[in-house]
Design a protein around this ligand. Structure first.
Ligand SMILES: Cc1cc2nc3c(=O)[nH]c(=O)nc-3n(C[C@H](O)[C@H](O)[C@H](O)COP(=O)(O)OP(=O)(O)OC[C@H]3O[C@@H](n4cnc5c(N)ncnc54)[C@H](O)[C@@H]3O)c2cc1C
Length: 234
């Protein structure tokens, strides 16, 4: 994609949880989109005569001229309601790939931490990198409020079965009584996963409040800032 503005055409979008949709776009002008898993694209459009630009993490590993996104509808927002209403075949201006939220190369044993749609870049990274890093341990700590909002749950459970180097730790902050998995916020589970180890990288993606809180806790535990890689959505 580079810095040029291209047209992304919607192939399909489907609801995967309440108020959350998975999108598949393609860019017909190119054969290949050279992004790294975890990078984001930048959409722009005119709203009330004003140009609005919004970033969205790629949720799929690079494949031909396609990319997938995972979005929640922000009530009274500009771009997310627009994308939710978009029909297949419609196009949107896109720039990218952008950003540095990518797996280090070579990778260390890593904890991926996501809340909500912050899962997007990790879906991309895990599909791309589990296979190629069999000697590295990856743990995904994924926090949402309610069980139905555990996005791509079946996929991550399948990856955990297929790859002994991948551990999937979903946690609910508002569990029902039937839920027997982890409870509470991601922060405490990341710290437990880390244990006595200080040689792991922690990748964090989601809203500012969670990201900043966890970064602070990890620094207090003695992690170097180069071991804490993050992407904030707001
Ligand atoms: C690098 C980067 C990657 C991003 N990737 C994604 C992604 O993969 N999926 C995604 O859904 N969003 C993502 N976002 C957020 C996205 O860019 C927009 O901010 C979001 O869609 C809201 O835009 P809007 O025009 O609909 O709402 P606006 O009119 O801009 O309203 C913004 C309000 O919504 C809040 N907000 C922003 N993002 C979210 C969110 N995800 N959930 C709830 N509230 C939010 C902000 O704090 C602000 O108060 C990303 C942001 C960045 C900076």
């Amino acid at each position: 994609m580079g810095v040029a503005v291209l047209q992304a055409r919607l192939i399909e979008s489907r609801e995967i949880a309440p108020e959350i949709r998975h999108f598949v776009f393609e860019v017909p002008e190119v054969e290949q989109l050279p992004y790294l898993p975890g990078q984001f694209v930048s959409f722009s459009g005119m709203f009330n005569d004003k140009k609005i630009t919004r970033a969205y993490s790629t949720a799929s590993p690079p494949w031909r001229n396609r990319f997938e996104l995972c979005l929640n509808r922000v009530q009274d927002g500009f771009f997310s309601p627009y994308l939710f209403d978009m029909q297949p075949g419609a196009t949107v201006d896109v720039k990218g790939p952008l950003g540095h939220f990518v797996l280090k190369n070579p990778a260390n044993d890593s904890i991926f931490v996501a809340t909500g749609t912050g899962i997007a870049p990790f879906r991309s990274m895990l599909h791309a990198h589990l296979e190629t890093n069999p000697d590295r341990q990856f743990t995904l700590v994924f926090g949402v409020r309610f069980e139905p909002s555990l996005l791509y749950r079946a996929e991550f459970e399948q990856l955990a079965k297929n790859y002994p180097n991948f551990l999937f730790l979903p946690t609910l902050s508002r569990p029902t009584e039937e839920w027997s998995g982890l409870k509470g916020h991601v922060q405490q589970h990341v710290i437990e996963t880390l244990g006595e180890r200080r040689d792991m990288d922690v990748y964090i993606c989601g809203m500012k409040a969670m990201v900043d809180d966890l970064r602070l806790k990890l620094k207090e535990l003695g992690l170097d800032r180069r071991q804490i890689i993050f992407e904030k959505y707001d």
